[in-house]
Write a protein that binds this ligand. Structure first.
Ligand SMILES: C[S@@+](CC[C@H](N)C(=O)[O-])C[C@H]1O[C@@H](n2cnc3c(N)ncnc32)[C@H](O)[C@@H]1O
Length: 231
């Protein structure tokens, strides 16, 4: 996953996402459905970039990747972070809201693990708690052999990250090639990511299996959609 590039993640995604705007929208969606909500768990939280802008809540984060969590802990030293698999975790507590953003859920790869992830997140909700999930792409909008590229141009950090995404059955394979320049030298490496391509119906069914009825916004913050459910 992102272990090798964790220290580059914020520089790359700051050019792709508006975390402050996402957080304001999450806050609006959560408070609309559970007024006064004050505890929040970010599942697959990565470097904690959403949490940074959700400061009105008592926050916790969870991720599988220790390198991503190391960046999150440096960013938010007072926030508890848990190293765990989102498909099967037990923190022994409940939250007013669980969020899972930036398509992190796609990394579970299989429908069975999609269902156990939604179930695990639901088990951590207070009654009336809100679950917000930003999905990965669905198979019908997948563009095979699509060429992706991101460029970072800071005074002491230059990054070119490219990939040609392909599909094996209902799993998308994204092999990123990085070229990273700093005053210490120029480094080149690759990173392989595998994400499940689930249909809208598979997502909605995973919510239903956890006894949640989800609303589906087909647009969401990045055009990939958004699911919002209340326990
Ligand atoms: C695209 S990043 C999103 C990070 C963050 N939510 C954001 O919006 O920037 C996906 C994250 O999912 C995490 N992840 C992948 N598989 C996971 C799993 N099984 N359990 C928990 N986290 C996982 C990765 O380590 C990575 O931090």
């Amino acid at each position: 996953m992102f272990s090798r590039s964790a220290r580059l993640y914020d520089a790359i995604y700051a050019s792709v996402r508006d975390y402050r705007r996402d957080a304001a929208e999450l806050d609006r969606l959560i408070q609309e459905r559970k007024p006064g909500a004050r505890t929040l768990l970010d599942v697959a939280c990565g470097t904690g970039a959403h949490l940074e802008h959700l400061s009105g809540y008592e926050l916790e984060g969870l991720d599988l990747d220790p390198e991503m969590l190391a960046v999150a802990r440096e960013r938010l030293p007072n926030v508890p972070f848990h190293e765990a698999d989102m498909a099967d975790f037990d923190l022994g507590k409940h939250f007013d809201a669980d969020v899972c953003m930036s398509s992190g859920i796609g990394y579970v790869r299989t429908e069975e693990r999609l269902r156990s992830t939604i179930a695990s997140m639901t088990r951590h909700l207070e009654p009336g708690g809100v679950l917000v999930v930003e999905p990965w792409l669905s198979p019908d909008v997948w563009l095979d052999r699509h060429v992706g590229a991101v460029f970072v141009d800071e005074p002491k950090l230059k990054i070119a990250r490219m990939n040609i995404a392909r599909r094996e059955g209902n799993v998308s394979i994204v092999e990123f090639e990085y070229l990273v320049g700093t005053p210490d030298g120029i480094e080149r490496f690759t990173e392989r990511h595998e994400l499940g391509l689930f249909t809208v119906e598979q997502y909605l069914e995973a919510f239903r299996a956890a006894s949640l009825e989800a609303d589906h916004d087909p647009e969401g913050p990045m055009g990939r959609g958004l699911y919002i459910a209340t326990a």
